[in-house]
Design a protein around this ligand. Structure first.
Ligand SMILES: *[C@@H]1O[C@H](CO)[C@@H](O)[C@H](O)[C@H]1NC(C)=O
Length: 160
């Protein structure tokens, strides 16, 4: 027998509906990024939820780990943490970039003063990439894909 309606629409489920409505009308993490002067496409289209504290510490939960091919292959862990300040992310954890067959953690991302480049800090190294690469929210890929070898040679060419 089906459950009567008054049992389904109990006060607690009504509260849950209100909660779902209020969270869905809040800013998305992509909007938060643009509010902070960063491109929305820094994170793939798999953000499940996020939290942002008043001092900028954030936690982003993805539905699953993702690969995204920019000029380099990026890997996003399911949980990504860091600190957001205007034009930059520091203390970043959970995003790696593949460099010459090795995965390296990206520690920080800073928007250049002219707004045209992003500087990625990887250990002692830093590399600039055009902001335009991150304009669109990229698709979350479960696998690195077959084109990563081509992309690596492409990024080698662009670095020459
Ligand atoms: C950096 O992030 C870690 C978590 O990954 C956190 O425990 C630590 O407090 C953060 N450090 C700063 C200086 O924000």
């Amino acid at each position: 027998m089906a459950a009567p309606f008054h049992r389904i629409l109990s006060p607690s489920s009504l509260l849950l509906l209100l909660f779902l409505f209020s969270t869905s009308s809040a800013s998305t993490f992509y909007e938060i990024l643009t509010d902070y002067g960063l491109p929305q496409g820094l994170f793939p289209d798999a953000v499940k939820e996020y939290s942002l504290s008043s001092d900028g510490d954030f936690v982003v939960e993805l539905y699953k780990p993702c690969y995204v091919l920019f000029t380099d292959l990026f890997h996003y862990e399911k949980t990504i943490t860091g600190k957001l300040e205007y034009g930059q992310i520091s203390n970043l954890s959970g995003i790696q970039v593949k460099k010459s067959f090795v995965w390296l953690g990206i520690d920080g991302i800073v928007a250049g003063p002219d707004g045209r480049a992003l500087e990625f800090t990887v250990g002692f190294l830093s590399e600039k990439r055009p902001v335009g690469l991150f304009a669109e929210i990229p698709h979350c890929r479960s696998k690195p894909g077959t084109s990563c070898r081509g992309a690596e040679s492409l990024s080698l060419i662009s670095e020459v």
